[in-house]
Design a protein around this ligand. Structure first.
Ligand SMILES: Cc1cc2nc3c(=O)[nH]c(=O)nc-3n(C[C@H](O)[C@H](O)[C@H](O)COP(=O)(O)OP(=O)(O)OC[C@H]3O[C@@H](n4cnc5c(N)ncnc54)[C@H](O)[C@@H]3O)c2cc1C
Length: 242
């Protein structure tokens, strides 16, 4: 069973359904967004994820979790953004084989702790593909006219690695470049520091941190140095998942 942030339990969210891939687009050379039409639509909360299951002709199955990148809406469609990992069983298949018109088995939306209902101040800190659920939150803040509630800090290696590069920039977003920065950037390239985080902390935010386990731990340490109480920090780690 899945418990929503409101505390309601939905058995229906556990049912598998065959989503149709309606569009595939490149976000970066190693990340693609898949737009899926759900036969049994459910409005998600920003930050929630779906489990995707692939089944081989011999019955072998592989399941992985993917956060919803799109804002909650009534369209019956969701977007998942997937990073292609070297030798990644599921992510390579999605990148190399899946095309519009295909069907993918999914189950969700799932997750209550790492979810933002859109009505409280939120500081979002993401690295790499960890920006995906945070993008749903940013989009939700913009869609509902509450962008004042959201601050997004993204750590990206180079401009080519930045997800949602056309849409992400705005007064409520900051990008920290760790290896190569666009021309004109004044901050020296390098990992996230307390100086990047401190100006964004207001004291009344819930902080959502998402990325690899290493990124999540480093970002959490920096947030604590900036004075954020550990109880205000919610972390989602994109490690190997079932
Ligand atoms: C709640 C949740 C939400 C997630 N949302 C997203 C998302 O929105 N977009 C996305 O791209 N991924 C997301 N992930 C990660 C995703 O579930 C898979 O772990 C990832 O796609 C790798 O699966 P794979 O089958 O391609 O690789 P595997 O065949 O499982 O692994 C291949 C190799 O990569 C390593 N590896 C596995 N996963 C990762 C990882 N995430 N980072 C680095 N190395 C890894 C393995 O140890 C192995 O060496 C999420 C994970 C969780 C738990």
């Amino acid at each position: 069973m899945t418990v929503t942030p409101g505390g309601t339990t939905h058995r229906k969210t556990l049912r598998w359904q065959n989503a149709r891939v309606v569009a595939v687009r490149d976000e970066t050379p190693r990340a693609k967004t898949f737009r899926l039409a759900l036969p049994e639509p459910r409005v998600h909360v920003a930050g929630q994820y779906y489990v995707l299951r692939l089944t081989a002709p011999d019955g072998y199955t592989a399941q992985r979790s993917y956060s919803v990148a799109s804002a909650p809406d009534e369209t019956g469609e969701i977007e998942l953004t997937v990073e292609k990992l070297d030798d990644g069983e599921v992510s390579e298949f999605l990148h190399d084989v899946v095309q519009p018109g295909d069907e993918l088995e999914v189950r969700g939306p799932i997750g209550g702790f790492f979810a933002w209902a859109g009505d409280t101040p939120a500081l979002l800190v993401g690295g790499g593909s960890g920006v995906v659920p945070l993008m749903a939150m940013l989009r939700e803040g913009r869609r509902s006219g509450r962008r004042d509630l959201v601050r997004l800090l993204v750590s990206a290696r180079t401009p080519a690695d930045l997800y949602y590069a056309d849409e992400l920039p705005g007064p409520e977003t900051t990008v920290v470049w760790t290896r190569e920065a666009p021309p004109g950037t004044t901050r020296p390239v390098g990992r996230l520091t307390v100086d990047d985080v401190a100006p964004l902390v207001t004291g009344d935010q819930v902080v959502y941190v998402c990325g690899s386990p290493a990124f999540a731990d480093a970002a959490t340490a920096v947030l604590e140095q900036a004075g954020v109480p550990v109880g205000a920090i919610r972390v989602e780690r994109f490690g190997p998942s079932g």
